[in-house]
Write a protein that binds this ligand. Sequence first.
Ligand code: ARG
Length: 471
Amino acid sequence: MTDQSSAQKPETAGQKMWGGRFSAQPAEIMQAINVSIEVDKRLWRQDIAGSRAHAAMLAKQGIISTEDAQTIDGGLAAIAEEIENGTFPFRAEFEDIHMNVEARLRELIGATAGRLHTARSRNDQVATDFRLWVRDRVDYTVAQLEKLQLALLARAEDYADALMPGFTHLQPAQPVTFGHHLLAYVEMFGRDASRFRDARVRMNENPLGSAALAGSPFPIDRHATAAALGFDRPTANSLDGVSDRDFALESLAHASLTAGHLSRLAEEIVIWTTPQFGFIRLSDAFSTGSSIMPQKKNPDAAELVRAKTGRINGAFIALTTVMKGLPLAYSKDMQEDKPPVFEAFEALDLALAAMTGMVGDLTANRERMQAAASSGFSTATDLADWLVRNLNMPFRDAHHVTGAAVKLAESKGLELSQLSLNDLQNLEAGITEDVYSVLTAEASCASRQSYGGTAPDQVRLQIKRWKETLA
Ligand code: ARG
């Protein structure tokens, strides 16, 4: 065949692959709703890898000749090169990536191309291609998450003992260290990575050879194609093989959780960079200005990371809605599986990269954070704990006495540590000078030595553990 067929008129195309029983051309709108090449061309690597594995297996099993398999393999290699070089003619009349590749193969090697589709259907082909794509993306996402964790660990190390107010209800609660706060995100992203790894184990089965839905009468070797494509084993039910999209949904669900975590950190960055908080600073590289207000430095990247969650959550809802209620096995609805997955992982990639950049870029204002940590009666719990430990007071009573101390300090415009011993003793006679040793933010932090607590020693312990885990 020559390149002439690439100039084929759309209205006579289509028939090439499946037109045998058709006498009329599809309506224009039929083609318009059916075509997916602009979306699924992204699967070209996987499609060609799958076809090469399939052709090799067909030859090994004596289903096609070795010579034909070699011709097919050469043609597929040439196509890969064309796509790589940007010279491949992607054509809407061939609907999707599978038929575009096959049509081109026919142009390149002639009728032998028609043997490639023996014992295969686009149903198992697309299921295989898409699984391979998602699997790659899961690996990539895990690597991205680990980079972000390492960036967070580096900052946590810098600020392992830097005080900051810990919040509940976004009200000052108890002093923590900034390192401790950052480590909370290391934990979250660690769980995200482990969820993606779990999903990978489950998805790593080969649908190829499920054929249209019922399996194949040819003596195919599904274990061989599984091995060639890096799958652990073939899927064990051909109907499930072509109709399952759990791998995509599960990955989107995990992407959604990851996006939620990114969004929480992004929100904190937005808050911390306000002049009112002034806890951290992003350099010019990660800030934007306003076209009207010259004083502005905005954390746009953090805001956009926060917003990407919308797309990513939306993608999960989109695909789970597409899949809901579909009878077994394949339905064309499933062609709508790819846009949400591509879109979500593109957004997640950007969000992870931007967050890693911001974490690497940020510097904390230690003085300001320490001052904030020491205000707002943040050591009130420490005072109550002191009363329990030193005066054997029931915690509820200690809570009450401390509440009165806070009230008094507030009325005097002082912090707890600034109340005189006399003032404190008027509230509880047993209080001694020793109480001041627990009323500073530093002491409060350093005392929280319980495993996973905010004491700098504990923070450093967790940093060490994570570094070993990620090494
Ligand atoms: N483009 C299709 C998809 O993405 C490929 C499978 C088509 N199968 C079929 N029986 N029409 O789902």
